[in-house]
Design a protein around this ligand. Structure first.
Ligand code: NDP
Length: 253
C-alpha cells in the first residue's frame, strides 16, 4: 500500500539534471508540490514547466548549497511560499575520481563542499520544518532522504575522497535516524550504483575517458530507477521506515 503525497511539499536539491530531475518529476506525479533547487535556473524553469504541463506544481529555487546562507534562504522561501516542508531529498552532488596522487586539490574541496557541507547546510535549515510537518496532517510523518552511493559502502581505488564524502553522509544519516525517530521524521539513504547522468561529464580529461571505457558495454541505471527508490521510501505508511535502499545496475560488480 502506498500513501499519496497530495497536499505535501517536497524539496529536491540538484533538480536541474539526472537523478534530481527524475525524482522531482516522480514526487510531483505522486501529488507533492515540488521545490526545485540548483544553480542552473533555466533548466529548473524548463522542468517546472514540464511538471506543470503534467498537472503538477513546482517552485524554482536558485541556490548554491555550499553557502549556508543561500541554503537557508531557499528553505525559508519554500515555507513562506508553499506553507510547509514534508520531504527533503539531499541529492545535489559532484564526483571527481582518479588516482589520488594526481588529484587537483580543488576537486577534493568541491566534493567536500557540495556532498558533505551542502548536505549539512540544507539539513540544518530544513529540520525544524520537517519536525513541524511530521506533527501535522495530511501524513503526520516527514522524510529526509540523502542520495549516497555504492562508494559509501565499498571504497574502491580512484574514489578515495568521493567515498569519504558518501561514507560521511551515511554516518550523518544513521545518527539522525535514531535521533529523529521519536519525532516521526524518517531518515533514509538511497545508494545508487552507476547511473547514466551528467555526473561523469564534469571529470577532468583523461579520467573521464577512463571511466567511460570502464563502463562501456554495461547497461547503466537510469535516473528514473533511483527516483523510483526515493518514491518508494517516502510513500510508505507512517508506521514503516525504509532506512536504506542500494540499487546497482544488474551488470555492475
Ligand atoms: P548530475 O551531475 O546529473 O546532477 C548533479 C546535480 O547537483 C545538478 O542538478 C547540479 O545542479 C547539482 N549541484 C551541483 N553542485 C551544486 C551546488 N553547489 N549547489 C546546488 N546544486 C548543485 O549527477 P547525478 O544526477 O548523477 O547525481 C545526483 C546525486 O547522485 C549525487 O549526489 C551523486 O553523488 C549521486 N550518485 C550518482 C551516481 C551516478 O552514477 N550518476 C552514482 C551514485 C550516486 P547545478 O549545476 O545546476 O547547480
Amino acid at each position: 500500500m502506498t500513501e499519496s503525497l497530495t497536499d505535501t511539499v517536497a524539496l529536491v536539491t540538484g533538480a536541474s539534471s539526472g537523478i534530481g530531475a527524475a525524482t522531482a518529476q516522480t514526487l510531483a506525479a505522486g501529488g507533492a508540490t515540488v521545490a526545485l533547487l540548483a544553480r542552473r535556473t533555466e533548466r529548473l524553469r524548463a522542468l517546472a514547466e514540464e511538471i506543470e504541463a503534467a498537472g503538477g506544481a513546482a517552485l524554482v529555487l536558485e541556490a548554491d548549497i555550499t553557502d549556508p546562507e543561500q541554503a537557508k534562504a531557499a528553505i525559508e522561501r519554500v515555507v513562506a511560499d508553499l506553507g510547509r516542508l514534508d520531504t527533503v531529498v539531499n541529492n545535489a552532488g559532484v564526483s571527481f575520481v582518479g588516482p589520488i596522487e594526481d588529484a587537483p586539490p580543488q576537486e577534493w574541496d568541491q566534493m567536500i563542499a557540495v556532498n558533505v557541507e551542502g548536505v549539512l547546510n540544507v539539513t540544518r535549515a530544513a529540520l525544524p520544518h520537517l519536525v513541524n510537518a511530521a506533527q501535522t496532517a495530511p501524513r503526520r510523518v516527514a522524510d529526509l532522504i540523502t542520495i549516497s552511493s555504492t562508494a559509501g559502502r565499498v571504497a574502491r581505488p580512484g574514489q578515495a575522497v568521493y567515498a569519504l564524502t558518501k561514507s560521511a553522509v551515511n554516518a550523518f544519516s544513521e545518527a539522525m535516524r535514531q535521533e529523529l525517530q521519536p519525532k516521526r521524521v524518517r531518515v533514509g539513504v538511497v545508494a545508487p550504483g552507476t547511473v547514466a547522468t551528467e555526473l561523469a561529464t564534469h571529470m577532468r580529461d583523461g579520467v573521464r575517458e577512463a571511466v567511460e571505457q570502464q563502463l562501456a558495454g554495461i547497461e547503466l541505471l537510469r535516473p528514473q530507477d533511483i527516483a523510483d527508490a526515493v518514491a518508494y521510501m517516502v510513500t510508505r505508511k507512517r508506521h514503516v521506515a525504509v532506512n536504506e535502499i542500494l540499487v546497482r545496475a544488474a551488470e555492475q560488480t
